[in-house]
Write a protein that binds this ligand. Sequence first.
Ligand code: IMP
Length: 436
Amino acid sequence: MSGRNVTVVGLQWGDEGKGKIVDALAGHMRYVVRFCGGANAGHTVLVGEEKFALHLIPCGVLRQGVCNIVGNGVAFDPATAWGELSALRDRGVTVTSENFRVSSAASVVMPWHKLQDTLSEASLAKGKKIGTTARGIGPCYSDKANRTTSIRAADLTNPEVLAEKIRSIVDIKNRTFSALYEAEPMDAEAIVAEYVQLGENLADMICNTGGLLRQAVADDVPILFEGGQGSMLDVDHGTYPFVTSSNVTACGVPSGAGIPPSEVGRVVGLIKAYSTRVGEGPFPTEQDNETGNAIREAGHEYGTTTGRPRRCGWFDAFAVKYAVDLSGADELALSLLDVLTDMGELKICTGYSTDGQAHEMFDPAAMSGVQCDYETLPGWDCDITGCKTFEELPAEAQNYVNRVEELLQTPVGFVSVGPERSQTIVHNSKTEGLDK
Ligand code: IMP
């Protein structure tokens, strides 16, 4: 196993605070690589007073000397990427082909994918909707698997090939959307004009990133793999069909980045101190009540990408242990502990039962209608946002973290008590190179 690489993945339903920890670890990395998802992600990093919400560009972009890669496993939206890149440049952040590269094998999100995402969701009955981010993610990955209706980033660098593909795919999509949704036809030439321009803007950043990364492996250069979403949203291992469309656990790194499995490195699993979920699907520890509202307001739990209010609930150790095992997490980073201040007694779910029968094994397909077995822990009411060491935390907060660690049988390496770089407590970590 590689000792220098690190993989950061979310162990819940996304929004665990991956941006902050990726930024903190990125200072010692040569590459930061996205391997799954697309612009459905929203990673927030606070640098001093400045807040950055990144969707497609990896969080290492805010560090000097880091090359940021969008891997082949990403659904790459060139319009969003160009908008994000331009906005970063406007704020004085350097983004060039020196520090930002896109895999030529990444599947491209096109306007018809976003349209289909919206039309398909609107056509589904309540209870069947997925509650997607409407970023065209599912339709883009469907076309990737379909092959003949997909555009890859390499095509963006060849205007003739791109124009020909757009014309033929728009013809198919127009006929399909008209028949299925009575949609107005798309104008192929307008799309050709826009995407040829985007291709020109981005051409020098599109390359064989898998080759670059395998060379980095040979040269013993450190790489950080930045996960998107969270394990319970994994297309194979999550709460299907209420999931995203890519492999978001550490298992997705080798294929989504183009490196051998042995190079995934140390796996840091991100957990927030409670649970949230955006979109539809089972969520046994959800608190659709005053407690959930209090968590939402204290944690500002509104989507970074869509602004939707997040569903909030207690920490689910039964589900997270499954995610720990799936990714082989070596250690955990626990975020947003400060949000639980002043919540009174705290609950942690340790298992599920159905009709009084305890579930022996966690199964994401058996989460609907379960009863949660809860443990109750004492809360704390003093401000913890200024705590610099684990020992400075009140005994109840230490006890909460220790119990999470015990239930998950995995050390908590980092505890985050606020959004700023300095508000990270290094606890039982063996991961090197955290910058504050
Ligand atoms: P999609 O990825 O837009 O297709 O959305 C599928 C499901 O994943 C929906 O429930 C979304 O709310 C959820 N989802 C996708 N990306 C994220 C994320 O980055 N954070 C949290 N939820 C996400």
